[in-house]
Write a protein that binds this ligand. Structure first.
Ligand code: RI2
Length: 314
């Protein structure tokens, strides 16, 4: 029997952010689809399509979710058995992609961090932290300033992780970024999505930090695996910005007043504010996003339609 319970349970965990962070979500979705595929005995295409839809309708912004599902759904085979084993193989391949990319980004990004630097980071990006931790483990004497990242305080996860590593860290409120920017040598953040024109979609507040960094001539580095680049934006689609429950921002007492409360989870940083995007295949300027979508992810516009022509992973 196809285990839809497993898929629904995974979807619930993504929606309530028990599983969060763009790359963790992608890995989790790949693992879920792999385990689900094992339980399908007949009508493989139909069952896999249904499972994919459930997972796709969880969080709209991070393209890693779409890219993970799409990568697995490109399975091939003459019959259900062949399709199943190919889907499982592709899921495993995608999981390997997630794991190896982060390590590679850590190594490449760490080269851009100098001894004695203070780095500012926002939210809780495992990829940005891979860069910071690698630099520290190489013996660089660095410090980190971490924003609390309201409303869900992912900054608390960041400072716990950095403290465990022994990296001197200061926690600040989001609105203190400009106050502290004079002490910062480099901003390092993660990504939920990179668009075809090189813009960064990341945790709400990122674009304000980028603006501040530009004003102070502080380099702004983005850490993003290539599966965080959005093929749909090549086709002209806009990234949907997730707007979460007002209860995350304001207490009942305020909500009862009938005051309008807005809670966008992400914002867009234009490419002019970004010095470098560190991917697992190299550090690139944001202007190269199109090349990543075309050459690395294999997407192109043919006869006005978005087509995948190459395999994603090697
Ligand atoms: P990694 C997170 O989103 C943050 O915006 C973070 O910068 C991004 O995912 C990337 O995280 P959320 O799920 O993939 O907390 O680098 O809303 O771990």
């Amino acid at each position: 029997m196809p285990n839809f319970k497993l898929v629904e349970e995974s979807a619930r965990k993504i929606i309530n952010m028990e599983v969060r962070g763009a790359s963790r979500i992608a890995r989790f979705v790949a693992t879920t689809l792999k385990e689900f595929a094992k339980t399908v005995e007949k009508n493989f295409d139909e069952n896999m399509r249904k499972a994919s839809e459930i997972l796709m309708n969880t969080r709209p912004t991070a393209v890693s979710l779409f890219n993970a599902i799409n990568y697995i759904m490109m399975y091939k085979g003459e019959n259900d058995e062949e399709k199943k084993s190919d889907a499982i193989r592709r899921a495993e391949e995608f999981i390997r992609w997630v794991d190896t990319a982060k390590q590679k980004i850590g190594e490449i990004g760490a080269k851009r961090i100098k001894d004695g630097w203070t780095i500012l980071t926002h939210c809780n990006s495992s990829t940005a932290l891979a860069v910071i931790k690698t630099a520290f483990r190489q013996g660089k004497n660095i410090e980190v300033i971490a924003t609390e990242s309201r409303p869900r305080y992912q900054g608390h996860l960041t400072v716990k992780e950095l403290a465990k590593e022994g990296i001197p860290t200061t926690l600040i409120v989001d609105s203190a970024v400009r106050y502290f920017m004079k002490d910062v040598d480099c901003v390092v953040v993660g990504a939920d999505t990179i668009t075809v024109n090189g813009a960064l979609v990341n945790k709400i507040g990122t674009s304000q930090i980028a603006l501040c960094a530009k004003e102070s001539r502080v380099p702004f580095m983005v850490c993003a695996e290539t599966y965080k680049f959005s093929p749909a934006t090549l086709f002209g689609e806009l990234v949907v910005i997730e707007e979460r429950d007002a209860k995350e921002v304001a207490p009942e007492e305020i909500l009862n007043l009938g005051v309008k409360v807005r809670n966008p989870a992400f914002d867009v940083t234009p490419r002019d504010y970004i010095d470098l995007i560190v991917t697992e295949i190299g550090a690139i300027p944001p202007e190269m996003a199109y090349v990543i979508i075309r050459e690395r992810l294999g997407y192109g516009l043919e006869m006005g339609e978005l087509k995948v022509s190459a395999k994603h992973f090697d």
